[in-house]
Write a protein that binds this ligand. Sequence first.
Ligand code: T46
Length: 130
Amino acid sequence: MAEIVDFKIIGDDRGSLISLENLNNIPFEVKRVYYIFDTKEGVRRGFHSHKNLKQLLVCVKGSCVILLDDGINRENVTLCEPNRGLFIGANIWHEMYNFSNDCVLLVLADDFYDETDYIRDYNKFLKTII
Ligand code: T46
């Protein structure tokens, strides 16, 4: 279920750089970027699926775990490398947890924020995937 995207690190003796490009190493056109940081101890976020939104999550600093649930199978993916992204398409229930104190979770999305695209009730989510 987990679709991992590996990014090329462009490194030299000054350090490392990663470039993200629409429809090149990002599998969609990016309309929105947001990032989650300064998460509190033991917090769990997410608890929703999206009706249409496609997203790519990259933990650019620290680490966190993403639970993916397609209504049949569940999978937990640890994100801890800035050169590794996790694609989450529509209709995947997801939760984020085990954030390290220094975690910065960068998210690229193919559309603007729209609360009507969220399904925040797990039983409603299960009904949508039948
Ligand atoms: C997702 C996971 C990975 C906005 O106003 N604009 C935005 O672009 C976003 C993403 C959120 N918000 C508001 C909506 C809420 O009042 O920020 C507040 C926190 O959002 P939420 O509780 O949905 O945050 P998470 O961390 O549970 O989920 C977020 C994204 O919302 C969601 O699309 O897939 O990260």
